[in-house]
Design a protein around this ligand. Structure first.
Ligand code: GLC
Length: 551
């Protein structure tokens, strides 16, 4: 079951490839229950990378799928509350369906990255059921149980989703810790038995042919040994009024990651990408690669998801990330995921929204590092509007209208203009976006100018270009105002990327003259045969994104 397209041993696939996140509830529903499932995903693999992607079919051309959780779960947090790490929830299918997914994906050269949620389990996980049954149960210490201070919880920690992080449990008259919902009790990673159980979970999936793992909030696994209070500061929500130094980022996390890396390295071409949820996000995301590059293979840096639509903001975000990375660490970038507002909506600009999405895509797919795409972003899919009565995301219900929750970025993939957007034959668990009749896969496949085809062309160019996949990043404008320009340089090739963030034509002044070569336009959102180079300036059309190569 090894993938068909092989990469050279010196080029691990997760450095070279494009990784596409599927939120399985919302991708494709095969059985009409309104929730996406594994057979639905299998049926659409050809869309992601056809069996002939290398020889030019019209698939998107991605290299790997990161699959948000599909394990058995009571779904309080839609799968991020796992009740069995070694199974598949019947809502999504069976283990046989999963094996078929791995086989069918590998046949098309697509790797599978599982999402492991190991900071906490579901309260319905048999481990927790045992743990809460009595104070002397052998699994008591698999979770974090404490006496209160009088009638107050053991410390001042707060749940990310709101309210205290401690839940009083009548039966054994103690509190348990939950940094998310009370239905998501935190495991005690200081207990070696918990660690061993988790390493077995990794092996279970590795042995089934899985190629990698996304580690959910891994930097929360280990808490302060004495569970000391977090210091306070000013903030809007109780959670934000604390400096999270005791409930995150403990030094003991590093040896744990090294153990995990050793385990993964026993298998060929396997990887872990971690979600760091931190006080100092860029610095800590970088730190978890390990000083010897012996911890995470990739670490998410969410800096792009916070940037306003300004060339300078993105330039600085790239510079911060490049400066923070330890030697040899390989960056990765992300614009959207299942927790944040979709970037087409963050960067909405009326009729210019799609062209902005093309500029953003060009940045994501030409910058140094592994790009992570979120399903639907290749259509410039917008944030869905969810009425109060339809809210599904638990924190959404709690904070409305201050915070609308995460449903808006999780609406069903629009496949075509039929009822329910071809996602399901029945009403889906979240409403399809209002614009699905115009914005859907089928319509964008027909339109050569669509955002979908732009992604496809960028991905194909990246695949064919050693400079884009592995080259150095050399900025050409160090104080950008409207446009970014940079080279990507590998021993075989030099490419120039220019991105105009403005709605009008700009002359992007380079810090130094470009090497005098015959630059050829390889890709551009503007219909241009040649580069217009006026002295040290590049003339760019409104919102132009272009990639040039030397003849
Ligand atoms: C991560 C996930 C998020 C989930 C939380 C708790 O942040 O991305 O969706 O709710 O962890 O598991």
């Amino acid at each position: 079951m090894t993938p068909k397209r092989k990469t050279a041993p010196d080029a691990p696939w997760w450095r070279d490839g494009v990784i596409y996140q599927v939120y399985p509830r919302s991708f494709a529903d095969s059985n009409g229950d309104g929730v996406g499932d594994l057979p639905g995903l299998i049926a659409h693999l050809d869309y992601l990378a056809g069996a002939d992607a290398a020889s030019g079919d019209d698939s998107l051309g991605i290299d790997a799928i990161w699959l948000s959780p599909v394990y058995p779960s009571p779904m309080y947090d839609f799968g991020y509350d796992v009740s069995d790490y070694c199974g598949i929830d019947p809502l999504f299918g069976t283990l046989d369906d999963f094996d078929r997914l791995v086989k069918e994906a590998h046949r098309r050269g697509i790797r599978i990255v599982m999402d492991l949620v190991l900071n906490h389990t579901s309260h319905q996980h048999p481990w927790f059921v045992e743990s809460r049954s009595s104070r002397d149960n052998p699994r008591r210490d698999w979770y974090i149980w404490r006496d209160g201070q009088g009638d107050r919880p053991p410390n001042n920690w707060q749940s990310v989703f709101g309210g205290p992080a401690w839940e009083w449990d009548e039966r054994t008259a103690q509190y348990y810790l939950h940094l998310f919902l009370k239905e998501q009790p935190d495991l005690n990673w200081r207990n070696p038995a918990v660690q061993d159980a988790m390493w077995d979970v990794f092996r279970f999936w590795l042995d089934r042919g899985v190629d990698g793992f996304r580690l959910d909030v891994f930097n929360l696994y280990v808490k302060d040994a004495q569970l000391r209070d977090n210091p306070l500061r000013l903030g809007l929500r109780a959670y934000d009024r604390q400096i999270h130094i005791q409930d995150r980022d403990q030094p003991e996390m590093h040896p744990l990651l090294r153990d995990l890396r050793a385990l993964l390295d026993d298998y060929p071409q396997r990887m872990a990408v971690g979600e760091t949820f931190s006080e100092e996000p860029v610095k800590m995301a970088a730190a978890y690669y390990g000083q010897q590059n012996d911890e995470l293979n990739l670490s998410f840096n969410f800096d792009f998801t916070h940037q306003p639509w300004r060339a300078r903001a993105f330039y600085d975000a790239i510079a911060r990330w490049e400066a923070a990375l330890p030697p040899g660490a390989w960056p990765c970038h992300v614009l959207s995921n299942h927790d944040v507002e979709r970037h087409a909506s963050r960067y909405a600009a009326g009729s210019n929204t799609d062209v902005r999405a093309k500029v953003a895509a060009a940045l994501l797919l030409t910058i140094r590092g592994t790009p992570f795409l979120y399903y639907g972003e290749e259509l410039a899919m917008r944030q869905g509007r969810i009425a109060r009565a339809q809210i599904q995301d638990p924190p959404g219900k709690r904070y409305w209208p201050l915070y609308k929750g995460r449903d808006g970025c999780r609406t069903p993939m629009p496949w075509d203009d039929s009822p329910h957007a071809g996602f399901s034959i029945n009403p889906p668990w979240l409403p399809v976006n209002a614009d699905y009749r115009q914005r859907n896969v089928e319509a964008q496949r027909r339109d050569p100018d669509s955002v979908f085809h732009w992604y496809r062309r960028l991905i194909a160019l990246r695949k064919a270009s050693p400079a884009l996949r592995r080259g150095d990043y050399v900025p050409l404008i160090r104080r950008p105002v409207h446009a970014l320009a940079y080279l990507r340089v590998s021993p075989e090739q030099t490419l120039l990327v220019a991105l105009n963030f403005a709605s009008r034509p700009v002359l992007a002044v380079l810090d130094e003259p470009l090497p005098a070569r015959d630059w050829q336009v390889l890709l551009s959102t503007a219909d241009r045969p040649d580069l217009e180079l006026l002295g040290n300036s590049l003339a760019l059309a409104p919102y132009e994104a272009c990639v040039l190569g030397m003849a």
